[in-house]
Design a protein around this ligand. Structure first.
Ligand code: ADP
Ligand code: MG
Length: 315
């Protein structure tokens, strides 16, 4: 991407609180070769990728803070997109296995999981379970994945490579990540076409968002030049408190259009549904909690139109 393209892209980009960011550098030649090997079926230049707007979107839900609704958003956004007719795969990349649990499965007794996919390179289709939605499951041994991966060549590309097998079967692949910016989250960023950051309105941490962007910038420079934050979603919003409203204002002042207009309100429904092994869309289909994620899904789909339009402009 040239500087002028980067500049025209500025509104959509996540630059941290409006500071200059290092220019995005070209991918080193050796990485380029590896990229080609890893993405045989998919266009691998930004221009070519934009010529195929129907390509699978791989969206990572990330925030190194725990308890901000990454898992809740992965499941409910995924089910909302599926409800609208899209083919959706969820990936549980958190050793805590909360996403796996929220579909009624027990990560403690799961035999094959994303650990085996990443470390032993078994096909990801072997660990996809279907309850409400296709889900590549986690087990507790995923906690050892970062260590096991760290000595392997291509350790940052294990997920990207695993997804080649199933990518064309889905319109959306949503990846739930652990509350850290370690190797599992980096694997997700390398495989991603975009990142959505859930932010809890109560304990807003702009510093945390800058750290996340710094990690993404590192991934952009070395491993995946196209990955950006495509949106920030305000979660656990309580419109009755000044604090919540102020938190959203601060987000919008700093990140402008990147903040989704959908607010995910605070309600006990989101905690109740996983206990029943269900998304909130199945648990309480007509409730406002389900509707909030449908609204978010429409915004995410709208961004696709935006991506397509910008891509055509750049072509
Ligand atoms: P993370 O994956 O970021 O750690 P979770 O999605 O697990 O966060 O959410 C943390 C807790 O907050 C869970 O118990 C979840 O049920 C609850 N929760 C998530 N979203 C909301 C919301 N909008 N309102 C109230 N509770 C929520
Ligand atoms: Mg989680």
């Amino acid at each position: 991407m040239t500087d002028s393209e980067a500049a025209s892209d500025g509104d959509r980009r996540f630059d941290g609180p409006r500071e200059a960011r290092a220019p995005v550098e070209a991918v080193p030649a050796v990485e380029e070769a590896e990229r080609e090997a890893a993405w045989p079926a998919v266009a691998d230049t930004p221009a070519a990728a934009s010529a195929a707007p129907a390509a699978t979107r791989i969206i990572v839900l990330a925030n190194q803070k725990g308890g901000v609704a990454k898992t809740t958003t992965t499941l409910n956004l995924g089910v909302a997109l599926q409800e609208m007719g899209h083919r959706v795969l969820l990936i549980d990349l958190d050793p805590q296995g909360n996403l796996t649990m929220s579909q009624g499965m027990n990560p403690d007794v799961i035999e094959k999981s994303m650990f085996d996919v990443l470390v032993h390179r078994i096909p990801i289709s072997d660990v996809i379970e279907r309850v409400e939605i296709d889900l590549a499951v986690a087990s507790i041994d995923l906690a050892g994945a970062e260590l096991a991966l760290s000595s392997l060549i291509g350790r940052e590309r294990a997920l990207q490579k695993a997804l080649v097998e199933v990518r064309s079967r889905y319109d959306f692949i949503l990846v739930d990540t652990p509350p850290s910016l370690g190797l599992l989250t980096i694997n997700a960023f390398v495989a991603a076409t975009g990142v959505i950051v859930p932010v809890q309105c109560e304990y807003l941490s702009l510093r945390g968002l800058v750290q996340l962007e710094n990690t993404l910038a590192m991934v952009r420079e070395n491993l995946n030049p196209d990955v950006n934050v495509e949106g920030i979603v305000a979660t656990m919003f309580d419109g009755r408190t000044l604090h919540s409203r102020e938190a959203v204002e601060i987000l919008e002042e700093n990140f402008g259009d990147l903040v989704f207009t959908t607010r995910i309100r605070k309600t006990i429904r989101y905690a109740e549904a996983p206990v029943k092994g269900s998304s909130v869309l199945r648990y309480d289909p007509t409730g406002s909690a389900a509707e909030a994620y449908r609204e978010l899904a429409r915004e995410v789909l709208g961004k696709e139109v935006l991506h397509g339009a910008q891509a055509r402009e750049h072509a």
